[in-house]
Every structure is written in C-alpha cells, then in structure tokens.
Design a protein around this ligand. Structure first.
Ligand SMILES: CC(C)=CCC/C(C)=C/COP(=O)(O)O
Length: 278
C-alpha cells in the first residue's frame, strides 16, 4: 500500500488556487502531462485519452461507424454514460469545488486565516487522544458501577471508531484536499487519507453517546449538538476534508453508535469476562 503521506500535500505553503484538481474541458484536449499523470490509472488514462480528438484518431482496433467516421467502441460507450455515472461525477465535481471554496482557514494567509488557531482548538476538541484520555480518566475516577459501565463502553466505542475509520480510509484511499496542510498532531498513517473524516465520525458518535447516557439540561444538550456540528464544519474550513468526507463521517458516526448499543458491555458480561481472566 502506498504511503498516504507521500501522496499528501505535506506541510509546505498553502497551494491555494494551484491545487491538484484540474477540471478537464469536454471540448478541449487535456495537456499531455495531465494525461501522463492520470496514466497511473490505466482505465482513467484511456478514457481521458479518448476525450481528446488526437486520442480518438489513433486508439483501438475495434470500431463502430458514426456519420461516416470510425469511432472506437470505448468512445461509443462514453457517449452513453449511465445516469448514475453522470450524477456521481457531478457530485464529485461539486464536492471538490465547494470544499475548495469553503477551505477559508486552510492556512494563515487564507481569507479567514486569522481564525485558524480557533479552528485548531475545535479540531483538538474532537481529536481521539483527549477523548480516550478523558474516558479513561473518568473510568478510573468513577466510584459507581453505572458510571464505570458507561465510561468503559465509551472507551470501547472510541477504539471501535478508530478501527472502523482506519479500515475505511485504507480501503477508499481518497487524498486530502490539495489545499490542506498536514500539520495535525498525533495521527496514524491512514490519517493521510481523507474519507471519511474521523473527527466527524467521533463527533457524531460521541454526541449521540453523551445525549443518551448523561443527564444533561436542555441548553447543554443543544451545546453538544452544536459542538458536533462545528467539529465537522471546521474540518472543511481548515481544508482538512472534502464536504462529502464530513457528511459521510457524520452518517457513519451516527450508525456506529447503534453498533455500540448492540455490543453494549453490561456489568454481568464484564464480571464473566474478568472471571475468565482469573
Ligand atoms: C492518535 C489517535 C488516538 C487518533 C487520531 C485522530 C485523528 C488525527 C483522526 C483524523 O481525523 P480526520 O480524519 O477528521 O482528519
């Protein structure tokens, strides 16, 4: 598996408008070096090449006739792309465009660069380490069985979240936005990848967990929801993620909580597990 860090933009200056996202005009041939770069994926390279008139001229032996002109079969297939394919490509293009527009705190000289330190505080509030440390501390300090049960399950949920997000990132391997500066503290190697946002999954899951298991007054419940939303939103503002990474992260975190409820470790179960250890 290639190292995601090697593919990431690193900690250099914010690339701004000089990102990796080149949108290919349908009516214009892409630059040769662009074709070469996309050539790492043979299918994409072939499809891109077939978008160029020169690419059309020379490619393929299997042809079909259109208005007297011989076109390769693969081009004919591209003329009838499925609705789902068009919808997905459009969604992806909107996602890239919107994420770039919203990445206003991606670096100090971005339009909202002055609030970057505040956004980084929000980032820390949703980071795995403070949550793991906090849950472990509360578990240690808790003197009631109910409190210990809740904290132990929160710890389990946090570990489960790290594992599921890590697996998902390793499978999907989506790059972080080009304007992101990889200056996050304490990351795993898979955190070089973007999809889904681990902060968003954790925020959604923990918010549901806290709302379900802590007796909180209404203003505090609202605060928890606002915090979770803001953690997700700050990922895009910081340029760390695309909008879809965060949207899917919220969705995944929401469902992860259901999994936590299903796997809930009860005192009886814990007793028998501890008993088996002795
Ligand atoms: C080192 C530990 C315990 C957790 C890593 C937390 C982390 C840095 C997740 C990445 O989140 P995003 O996917 O939202 O950038």
């Amino acid at each position: 598996m290639p190292s995601p860090k090697a593919r990431s933009s690193g900690s250099g200056p914010c690339p701004g408008g000089n990102g990796r996202y080149e949108f290919l005009s349908l009516s214009r041939a892409p630059a040769p070096q662009l074709l070469q770069r996309q050539g790492s994926d043979p299918t994409t390279a072939r499809l891109r090449a077939s978008e160029s008139p020169s690419g059309r001229r020379g490619s393929g032996s299997s042809t079909s006739s259109t208005g007297g002109q011989q076109l390769p079969e693969e081009d004919c297939m591209r003329l009838n792309p499925s609705f789902v394919g068009i919808a997905l490509r459009s969604l992806l293009a909107i996602d890239l465009w919107l994420s770039k527009r919203l990445g206003v705190c991606a670096c100090e000289d971005s339009s909202w660069g002055s609030v970057r330190p505040l956004m980084k505080l929000v980032e820390i509030s949703g980071h795995g380490i403070p949550w793991l440390a906090g849950a472990a501390y509360c578990l240690y300090k808790s003197d009631s069985a109910a409190g210990q049960e809740v904290m132990l399950n929160l710890l389990t949920a946090l570990v489960l979240d790290l594992v599921l997000v890590g697996v998902m990132k390793a499978v999907v391997q989506r790059r972080r936005p080009a304007h992101n500066r990889m200056d996050m503290f304490a990351t795993f190697s898979v955190d070089g990848y973007s999809f889904p946002s681990g902060h968003a999954t954790r925020a959604a899951m923990c918010a549901r967990f806290l709302l379900a298991h802590l007796v909180l007054a209404a203003p505090l419940r609202v605060l928890v929801l606002l915090w979770a939303t803001f953690v997700g939103f700050s990922r895009v503002l910081l340029g760390r993620h695309h909008v879809t990474d965060v949207a899917f992260g919220f969705f995944m975190g929401y469902w992860q909580y259901n999994l936590v409820e299903m796997l809930w470790l009860s005192p009886v179960m814990l007793q028998s597990m501890i008993g088996r250890l002795h």
